[in-house]
Design a protein around this ligand. Sequence first.
Ligand SMILES: C[S@@+](CC[C@H](N)C(=O)[O-])C[C@H]1O[C@@H](n2cnc3c(N)ncnc32)[C@H](O)[C@@H]1O
Length: 207
Amino acid sequence: MPADFDGEYWDRHYGGGAAHRVRQPTVHLVTEVGDLAPGTALDAGCGEGTDAVWLASRGWRVTAVDLAATALERAREHAASVGADVADRIDWVRADLTTWTPPGKGFDLVCAHYVHSTAPSGTLLRRLAASVAPDGTLLVVGHHPSDPHPGQPARAAEAHVTAEEMAASLDAGWDVLVAGTRTRPAGGPGGHGSTARDAVLRARRRR
Ligand SMILES: C[S@@+](CC[C@H](N)C(=O)[O-])C[C@H]1O[C@@H](n2cnc3c(N)ncnc32)[C@H](O)[C@@H]1O
Protein backbone atom coordinates (compact mmCIF):
# COMPACT_ATOMS: atom_id res chain seq x y z
CA MET A 1 0.00 0.00 0.00
CA PRO A 2 1.53 3.33 -0.97
CA ALA A 3 1.78 5.38 2.24
CA ASP A 4 1.65 8.42 -0.08
CA PHE A 5 -2.10 8.14 -0.41
CA ASP A 6 -3.27 7.56 3.15
CA GLY A 7 -5.40 9.98 5.19
CA GLU A 8 -2.36 11.82 6.52
CA TYR A 9 -1.14 12.43 3.00
CA TRP A 10 -4.47 13.92 1.92
CA ASP A 11 -4.81 16.07 5.04
CA ARG A 12 -1.36 17.50 4.36
CA HIS A 13 -2.29 17.97 0.71
CA TYR A 14 -5.37 20.07 1.50
CA GLY A 15 -3.71 21.80 4.42
CA GLY A 16 -1.33 23.38 1.93
CA GLY A 17 -3.36 26.53 1.33
CA ALA A 18 -5.61 28.08 -1.25
CA ALA A 19 -3.46 26.85 -4.12
CA HIS A 20 -5.28 23.53 -3.92
CA ARG A 21 -8.72 24.99 -4.40
CA VAL A 22 -10.45 23.88 -7.56
CA ARG A 23 -13.68 25.58 -8.49
CA GLN A 24 -14.51 23.92 -11.80
CA PRO A 25 -16.35 20.59 -11.78
CA THR A 26 -14.67 17.60 -13.36
CA VAL A 27 -15.17 17.95 -17.09
CA HIS A 28 -16.15 14.29 -17.48
CA LEU A 29 -18.84 14.66 -14.82
CA VAL A 30 -20.36 17.58 -16.70
CA THR A 31 -20.23 15.64 -19.98
CA GLU A 32 -21.54 12.32 -18.70
CA VAL A 33 -24.04 13.37 -16.06
CA GLY A 34 -25.39 16.62 -17.46
CA ASP A 35 -28.22 14.77 -19.20
CA LEU A 36 -29.32 12.66 -16.21
CA ALA A 37 -32.38 13.56 -14.16
CA PRO A 38 -31.33 14.49 -10.61
CA GLY A 39 -31.71 11.87 -7.90
CA THR A 40 -29.43 10.67 -5.14
CA ALA A 41 -25.68 10.78 -5.67
CA LEU A 42 -22.55 9.61 -3.91
CA ASP A 43 -19.43 11.65 -4.62
CA ALA A 44 -16.73 9.26 -3.45
CA GLY A 45 -13.46 10.96 -2.56
CA CYS A 46 -15.08 14.37 -2.94
CA GLY A 47 -12.01 16.41 -2.00
CA GLU A 48 -12.95 20.06 -1.64
CA GLY A 49 -16.44 19.34 -2.86
CA THR A 50 -16.53 21.09 -6.22
CA ASP A 51 -18.31 18.21 -7.93
CA ALA A 52 -20.70 17.67 -5.01
CA VAL A 53 -21.64 21.35 -5.10
CA TRP A 54 -22.12 21.19 -8.88
CA LEU A 55 -24.41 18.18 -8.52
CA ALA A 56 -26.39 19.75 -5.67
CA SER A 57 -26.81 22.97 -7.63
CA ARG A 58 -28.44 20.85 -10.35
CA GLY A 59 -30.89 19.33 -7.88
CA TRP A 60 -29.07 16.16 -6.84
CA ARG A 61 -29.23 15.06 -3.20
CA VAL A 62 -25.55 14.33 -2.54
CA THR A 63 -23.62 12.25 -0.04
CA ALA A 64 -20.01 13.41 -0.31
CA VAL A 65 -17.38 11.21 1.33
CA ASP A 66 -13.71 11.85 1.92
CA LEU A 67 -10.92 10.74 4.24
CA ALA A 68 -9.46 14.21 4.69
CA ALA A 69 -10.97 16.48 7.33
CA THR A 70 -9.22 19.50 5.82
CA ALA A 71 -10.86 18.84 2.46
CA LEU A 72 -14.29 18.48 4.02
CA GLU A 73 -13.92 21.73 5.96
CA ARG A 74 -13.22 23.57 2.73
CA ALA A 75 -16.00 21.74 0.97
CA ARG A 76 -18.53 22.79 3.61
CA GLU A 77 -17.37 26.40 3.38
CA HIS A 78 -17.61 26.31 -0.39
CA ALA A 79 -21.13 24.87 -0.34
CA ALA A 80 -22.26 27.46 2.22
CA SER A 81 -20.86 30.24 0.08
CA VAL A 82 -22.92 29.03 -2.88
CA GLY A 83 -26.17 29.11 -0.91
CA ALA A 84 -28.23 27.33 1.73
CA ASP A 85 -30.41 25.58 -0.86
CA VAL A 86 -27.30 23.90 -2.31
CA ALA A 87 -25.57 23.29 1.03
CA ASP A 88 -28.72 21.66 2.43
CA ARG A 89 -28.69 19.07 -0.34
CA ILE A 90 -25.24 17.75 0.64
CA ASP A 91 -24.27 15.44 3.49
CA TRP A 92 -20.53 15.55 4.12
CA VAL A 93 -19.13 12.33 5.54
CA ARG A 94 -15.61 11.75 6.77
CA ALA A 95 -14.93 8.08 6.12
CA ASP A 96 -12.60 5.62 4.47
CA LEU A 97 -14.35 4.35 1.37
CA THR A 98 -12.55 1.02 1.61
CA THR A 99 -14.49 0.21 4.78
CA TRP A 100 -17.48 2.60 4.79
CA THR A 101 -20.92 1.11 4.29
CA PRO A 102 -23.33 3.52 2.65
CA PRO A 103 -26.78 3.91 4.18
CA GLY A 104 -29.91 3.08 2.21
CA LYS A 105 -30.56 0.99 -0.84
CA GLY A 106 -28.14 2.53 -3.26
CA PHE A 107 -27.60 5.78 -5.13
CA ASP A 108 -28.88 6.79 -8.54
CA LEU A 109 -25.37 8.03 -9.29
CA VAL A 110 -22.03 7.05 -7.81
CA CYS A 111 -19.06 9.04 -9.04
CA ALA A 112 -15.41 8.87 -8.10
CA HIS A 113 -12.86 11.16 -9.72
CA TYR A 114 -9.12 10.68 -9.32
CA VAL A 115 -9.43 8.76 -6.04
CA HIS A 116 -6.01 7.22 -5.74
CA SER A 117 -7.08 4.50 -3.40
CA THR A 118 -4.66 2.57 -1.27
CA ALA A 119 -6.88 -0.48 -1.78
CA PRO A 120 -5.77 -3.20 -4.19
CA SER A 121 -6.78 -2.59 -7.79
CA GLY A 122 -10.48 -3.16 -8.44
CA THR A 123 -11.45 -3.43 -4.77
CA LEU A 124 -12.71 0.11 -4.36
CA LEU A 125 -14.41 0.08 -7.74
CA ARG A 126 -16.38 -3.03 -6.79
CA ARG A 127 -17.40 -1.43 -3.49
CA LEU A 128 -18.56 1.67 -5.32
CA ALA A 129 -20.42 -0.44 -7.88
CA ALA A 130 -22.25 -2.17 -5.05
CA SER A 131 -23.49 1.26 -3.89
CA VAL A 132 -25.34 1.95 -7.17
CA ALA A 133 -29.11 1.39 -7.24
CA PRO A 134 -30.67 -0.68 -10.04
CA ASP A 135 -30.78 1.43 -13.22
CA GLY A 136 -28.28 3.80 -11.59
CA THR A 137 -25.05 5.15 -13.02
CA LEU A 138 -21.44 4.56 -12.03
CA LEU A 139 -18.90 7.12 -13.24
CA VAL A 140 -15.25 6.55 -12.40
CA VAL A 141 -12.42 8.73 -13.68
CA GLY A 142 -8.73 8.04 -13.14
CA HIS A 143 -5.39 9.05 -14.57
CA HIS A 144 -4.56 6.99 -17.64
CA PRO A 145 -1.09 5.36 -17.62
CA SER A 146 -0.12 7.53 -20.62
CA ASP A 147 -0.87 10.73 -18.68
CA PRO A 148 2.41 12.57 -18.03
CA HIS A 149 1.34 14.23 -14.75
CA PRO A 150 4.90 15.34 -13.90
CA GLY A 151 5.88 16.18 -10.36
CA GLN A 152 2.71 14.81 -8.76
CA PRO A 153 2.30 11.87 -6.39
CA ALA A 154 -0.37 10.68 -8.81
CA ARG A 155 2.42 9.49 -11.08
CA ALA A 156 2.75 6.50 -8.76
CA ALA A 157 1.73 3.37 -10.60
CA GLU A 158 -1.12 2.77 -8.16
CA ALA A 159 -2.81 5.98 -9.27
CA HIS A 160 -2.98 5.00 -12.92
CA VAL A 161 -5.59 2.85 -14.52
CA THR A 162 -7.22 2.19 -17.87
CA ALA A 163 -10.95 2.24 -18.47
CA GLU A 164 -10.73 -1.32 -19.73
CA GLU A 165 -9.20 -2.44 -16.42
CA MET A 166 -11.99 -0.69 -14.55
CA ALA A 167 -14.67 -2.20 -16.77
CA ALA A 168 -13.19 -5.65 -16.17
CA SER A 169 -13.95 -5.26 -12.46
CA LEU A 170 -17.69 -5.10 -13.14
CA ASP A 171 -19.82 -8.22 -13.28
CA ALA A 172 -22.46 -9.12 -15.86
CA GLY A 173 -25.09 -6.95 -14.19
CA TRP A 174 -23.79 -3.82 -15.92
CA ASP A 175 -24.06 -2.09 -19.27
CA VAL A 176 -20.82 -0.27 -19.99
CA LEU A 177 -21.75 2.95 -21.81
CA VAL A 178 -18.32 4.57 -21.89
CA ALA A 179 -14.93 2.95 -21.36
CA GLY A 180 -12.13 4.91 -22.92
CA THR A 181 -9.40 7.50 -22.73
CA ARG A 182 -10.38 11.17 -22.74
CA THR A 183 -8.28 14.29 -22.77
CA ARG A 184 -8.79 17.53 -20.91
CA PRO A 185 -6.84 20.76 -20.40
CA ALA A 186 -4.50 20.16 -17.48
CA GLY A 187 -4.69 23.40 -15.54
CA GLY A 188 -4.91 23.89 -11.79
CA PRO A 189 -3.81 21.45 -9.11
CA GLY A 190 -1.86 18.59 -10.58
CA GLY A 191 -1.98 20.31 -13.93
CA HIS A 192 0.95 21.26 -16.05
CA GLY A 193 -0.46 23.63 -18.63
CA SER A 194 -0.92 20.93 -21.23
CA THR A 195 -3.30 18.08 -21.92
CA ALA A 196 -4.09 15.40 -19.38
CA ARG A 197 -5.23 11.92 -20.35
CA ASP A 198 -7.91 10.33 -18.23
CA ALA A 199 -9.52 6.92 -18.08
CA VAL A 200 -13.31 7.27 -18.00
CA LEU A 201 -15.77 4.53 -17.15
CA ARG A 202 -19.52 5.11 -17.26
CA ALA A 203 -21.77 2.14 -16.65
CA ARG A 204 -25.43 1.57 -15.86
CA ARG A 205 -26.55 -1.09 -13.46
CA ARG A 206 -29.21 -3.35 -14.93
CA ARG A 207 -32.58 -3.49 -13.18
C1 LIG B 1 -6.94 13.68 -6.13
S1 LIG B 1 -8.17 13.96 -4.94
C2 LIG B 1 -9.62 14.13 -5.98
C3 LIG B 1 -10.70 14.92 -5.31
C4 LIG B 1 -11.94 15.15 -6.16
N1 LIG B 1 -12.62 13.90 -6.46
C5 LIG B 1 -11.60 15.89 -7.43
O1 LIG B 1 -11.73 15.32 -8.51
O2 LIG B 1 -11.18 17.07 -7.33
C6 LIG B 1 -8.46 12.36 -4.21
C7 LIG B 1 -9.39 12.42 -3.02
O3 LIG B 1 -9.75 11.10 -2.63
C8 LIG B 1 -9.74 11.02 -1.23
N2 LIG B 1 -9.51 9.62 -0.85
C9 LIG B 1 -8.47 8.84 -1.22
N3 LIG B 1 -8.61 7.60 -0.68
C10 LIG B 1 -9.78 7.64 0.01
C11 LIG B 1 -10.47 6.65 0.79
N4 LIG B 1 -10.00 5.43 0.95
N5 LIG B 1 -11.63 7.03 1.38
C12 LIG B 1 -12.13 8.28 1.23
N6 LIG B 1 -11.51 9.23 0.50
C13 LIG B 1 -10.36 8.92 -0.10
C14 LIG B 1 -8.61 11.96 -0.81
O4 LIG B 1 -8.73 12.39 0.54
C15 LIG B 1 -8.78 13.09 -1.80
O5 LIG B 1 -9.62 14.10 -1.34
